[in-house]
Write a protein that binds this ligand. Structure first.
Ligand code: ADP
Length: 240
């Protein structure tokens, strides 16, 4: 596996609660990894730690090709990111990572295409060019004809597909998805996760997804089971 992102010995405590008790995880290029486990087991903390949102109390997070990040390099080509300053870390998150949440992440006053273009505009791409680039994602995600709709005029599944387009617009190395189908019915959820996994892979990005739904997790290449802040098992799927 050509590792693009890794966490080694990850520990995170909140007061007396231990959210992560020493987790090792590696994510490969175009890999898709589902994180499953009971409520409170540390899934979101693990995702947020790998994504540079939560800073671990122990261990290291490494990302390929983040030169100048410093720190130790246990694996060739991987650079430590968990000790970067907040500005550098938030720039890294914007450029190299995409995020999909359960719901409510689109700006209600903007049409779908401008929601997708927003991360590009924040990166300094001129508005017209950003919207043009954003529109390219609509057909692959089955959103033809919906570019001018506002989020309130979209179904739950359509809104999640716009959110996926937005996560992919910056052409990230890794897409992080936290319960991306949590607010959808079973049929819509299957359609959304199928598109999320296939379009992310085609784009050449890796996917790390927290889900409580085994049917959703089965669309990923691998599943990591978490319990009490530790990895309690792995499973591998051959076909999504
Ligand atoms: P999961 O995503 O599996 O439901 P979390 O990662 O959200 O689990 O939480 C793991 C543990 O850490 C839980 O005991 C939770 O209460 C605690 N925890 C998570 N985030 C915080 C926080 N911001 N402040 C205090 N405790 C937290």
């Amino acid at each position: 596996m050509n590792t693009v992102l890794a966490g080694y010995g990850l520990v995170k405590k909140y007061g007396s609660a231990t959210a992560l008790a020493g987790v090792d995880v590696e994510v490969g290029e175009r890999d898709s990894l589902a994180i499953m486990g009971p409520s409170g087991s540390g899934k979101s903390t693990l995702l947020h730690t790998l994504a540079g949102i939560v800073r671990p109390d122990g261990g290291e997070v490494l990302l390929r090709g983040e030169r100048g990040a410093g720190g130790s390099r246990p694996t060739e080509g991987l650079d430590r990111i968990d000790q970067l300053g907040e500005n550098r870390l938030s720039a890294l998150r914007r450029k190299r990572f995409g995020f999909v949440f359960q719901s409510g992440q689109l700006l209600p006053e903007l049409p779908a295409e401008e929601n997708v273009a927003l991360p590009l505009i924040l990166e300094g791409v001129p508005r017209r060019q950003a919207v043009e680039r954003a529109r390219r994602w609509f057909a692959p995600l089955g959103l033809d004809g919906l570019a001018h709709r506002r989020p309130g005029q979209l179904s739950g599944g359509q809104a999640q597909r716009v959110a996926i387009a937005r996560a992919l617009a910056v052409e990230p190395d890794v897409v992080f998805a936290d319960e991306p189908t949590g607010a959808l019915d079973q049929a819509t959820s299957t359609e959304v996760v199928r598109l999320l996994t296939s379009v992310t892979r085609e784009q050449g990005a890796a996917l790390v997804m927290v889900t409580h739904d085994a049917d959703v997790a089965a669309h990923c290449d691998r599943v990591l089971h978490v319990r009490d802040g530790r990895i309690s098992g792995h499973s591998q799927y051959t076909v999504a």
